[in-house]
Design a protein around this ligand. Structure first.
Ligand SMILES: Nc1ncnc2c1ncn2[C@@H]1O[C@H](COP(=O)(O)OP(=O)(O)OP(=O)(O)O)[C@@H](O)[C@H]1O
Ligand SMILES: [Mg+2]
Length: 368
């Protein structure tokens, strides 16, 4: 008999991916071995059918609205304000695209370690009683500093999650030292791009970096390595000033470094019943270039999902907040796809070399 939490009914699956998807259709596809099979599990007094978490990325890839991007994409989630849902957005975006079958890597860049915790790192240690065992296990965790110090290879710092398409590089306390060390090397803004992100683009469809709220060398490295910046805009009055300063520094850095990442701004923490909060949201969406219509409103379900270490869409797929989050993720997916397609076309155009007259091969090649 299967455990309830790990299994998803066809009703929940259709809410997550596609309202029109029926149990009959899933069962037909299951007969063709399209994904791991369903099982019956007990829910209250009755037995219901459900699919394991491991089946979801296959189902999502086949029936879901978010489709793979044309090229691998690197994304930073950053703004210089704390508590504005950067980590929440990282978790929800990463889990959702992984549920849609895209191989996803989260890189934690904040010494607070929130995304590492949200992805369930060392969760099992909470049941461990012996402090020495706990400390030994915590110290075993490898991270970016081990790549810098050449004490680990890239594949040794990438950790799996229960979702087979979702992986992460955890935050470790050594990130503080790495941040300092990066200032003392040549091409100090390019380390993350050259040693980590570019090589891993061969292996992952999406790489998403959860940033801390302050400019530091890790963050400038993340921006240099990014194709897309996702930047939350808190719908509170004191954020206006913060945003003006942030945008100034962001544009300055982008121009100086000749970067071509596309910023997408996302209104967060607005309260539907509060006039001022909704006015601020309206101002953002109509005045800030690159600001999306859909955002993330203030909600206790957001906190609950974070505590359960899952996305809102998995937690409460029928609640308004989850539907809004799903629409936001679709909008982000569409914008990212358009940007990556035009970037790819530009690259193809730049690399295209017309045949040079007089160098055409005449007749059959003599070589096998
Ligand atoms: N929709 C929501 N409404 C209100 N609070 C939320 C919502 N979603 C998540 N939260 C909670 O808000 C808090 C701050 O969110 P989060 O950690 O994502 O912010 P952050 O921008 O990453 O913060 P930091 O700058 O410290 O890294 C967390 O405790 C989180 O669980
Ligand atoms: Mg955070």
């Amino acid at each position: 008999m299967a455990g309830q939490q790990e299994y998803f009914s066809s009703a929940k699956i259709s809410k997550i991916f596609n309202e029109e998807l029926s149990e009959e259709e899933l069962l037909l596809a299951e007969k063709e071995y399209a994904f791991p099979p369903s099982q019956r599990y007990r829910q209250g007094a009755s037995l219901v059918r459900g699919w394991p978490l491991a089946a979801l990325p296959y189902i999502g890839e086949r029936y879901g609205r978010l489709k793979k991007f044309s090229t691998p994409v690197a994304i930073s989630v950053f703004t210089t304000k704390g508590g504005v849902l950067k980590t929440t957005l990282t978790l929800n975006f990463a889990r959702s695209i992984a549920l849609h079958g895209m191989k996803t890597l989260v890189i934690g860049l904040d010494m607070q370690g929130d995304i590492t915790t949200a992805l369930g790192h060392n969760q099992e240690l909470e049941d461990e009683e012996d402090i020495n065992t706990i400390m030994a296990k915590i110290n075993e965790t490898k991270g970016l500093a081990d790549i810098f110090n050449r004490t680990s290879a890239l594949n040794e710092i990438i950790y799996p999650t229960a979702l087979p398409t979702l992986f992460y590089i955890p935050e470790t306390p050594e990130l503080a030292a790495l941040n300092e060390s990066l200032s003392n090397i040549n091409r100090r803004e390019y380390w993350l791009l050259e040693k980590v992100v570019a090589p891993l683009k061969d292996e992952f469809d999406v790489i998403i970096m959860d940033c801390s709220p302050n400019w530091n060398r890790l963050i400038t490295n993340a921006l240099v390595a990014s194709d897309i910046l996702l930047s939350p805009l808190e719908c509170k009055i004191n954020n206006f000033r913060n945003f003006r300063v942030f945008r100034h520094f962001l544009n300055q850095f982008k121009n100086e470094m000749k970067l071509d990442f596309m910023p997408i701004f996302i209104p967060t923490r607005y309260a539907i019943g509060k006039k001022l909060s909704m006015e601020i949201k309206g101002w953002y969406t109509s005045n800030i270039l690159g600001c999306v219509e859909n955002g993330i409103k203030e909600s206790v379900h957001g906190e609950e999902a974070q505590a359960l270490k899952i996305s809102l869409v998995e937690h409460t797929p029928t609640k308004d907040i989850a539907i809004e989050m799903r629409d936001l993720l679709y909008e982000l997916g569409d914008r990212i796809r358009t940007h990556m397609n035009s970037k790819r076309e530009l690259e193809i155009a730049n690399n295209y070399c017309p045949p040079i007259p007089g160098t055409e091969v005449i007749g059959e090649s003599p070589w096998p």
